[in-house]
Write a protein that binds this ligand. Structure first.
Ligand SMILES: CC(C)(COP(=O)(O)OP(=O)(O)OC[C@H]1O[C@@H](n2cnc3c(N)ncnc32)[C@H](O)[C@@H]1OP(=O)(O)O)[C@@H](O)C(=O)NCCC(=O)NCCS
Length: 148
């Protein structure tokens, strides 16, 4: 069985991140998105199988709060626990840094992601109307690290 290594982004991963982003999200410019995660994000944690990146989670660290700005796993590798590993690594990192909360937005229709977030302690705290380009609303979810 191929081993999944969770590690920080390296420059050679750029193409893989673009590919995963393009597949996971519609109505977006994946090259620009990958550039944003690398340039403006604080952390880009990747899941590597045999030197190929198959998933990533991108964070923006505001100091007390951290935002998950993107999170995706290549379709053919979903449902094998890779998303959970990436999310848990991100949560542990934020705890180690002494952050208060992790925030994220998720499409109201994205039940798979919401279930994963809830399983890891996130709660829905608000609805943001028309958040996405296609008019769909977002749930604002939060994990309070001080209560952990
Ligand atoms: C959300 C996402 C990153 C999860 O990655 P993953 O590697 O599949 O995650 P896991 O394998 O750890 O699975 C998480 C849970 O989702 C479930 N799941 C995964 N794929 C599923 C599917 N296609 N249908 C139903 N459930 C699914 C798993 O069974 C698991 O639940 P369980 O722990 O109760 O069994 C992945 O589905 C994805 O890339 N989705 C598209 C992009 C996206 O929506 N990102 C989040 C934006 S906020």
């Amino acid at each position: 069985m191929l081993q999944v290594v969770i590690r920080d982004y390296e420059a050679k991963d750029f193409k893989d991140i673009v590919e995963i982003d393009a597949e996971a999200f519609s109505n977006r410019n994946p090259v620009y998105d990958a550039y944003v995660y690398i340039t403006f994000g604080s952390d880009l944690i990747v899941a590597d199988i045999g030197g190929k990146v198959v998933g990533y989670i991108a964070l923006l660290d505001y100091g007390r709060d951290v935002k998950i700005i993107s999170f995706a796993v290549k379709r053919e590798f979903r449902g094998r626990g890779i998303g959970s590993k990436l999310l848990k690594t991100a949560i542990d990192r934020c705890k180690q840094r002494g952050r208060d909360r992790i925030l994220l937005e998720v499409r109201v229709s994205n039940e798979v992601a919401q279930r994963l977030y809830k399983k890891n302690g996130f709660e829905i705290i608000d609805v943001i109307p028309n958040y996405y380009n296609d008019g769909e609303d977002a749930y604002l979810m939060v994990l309070n690290l001080r209560e952990q």
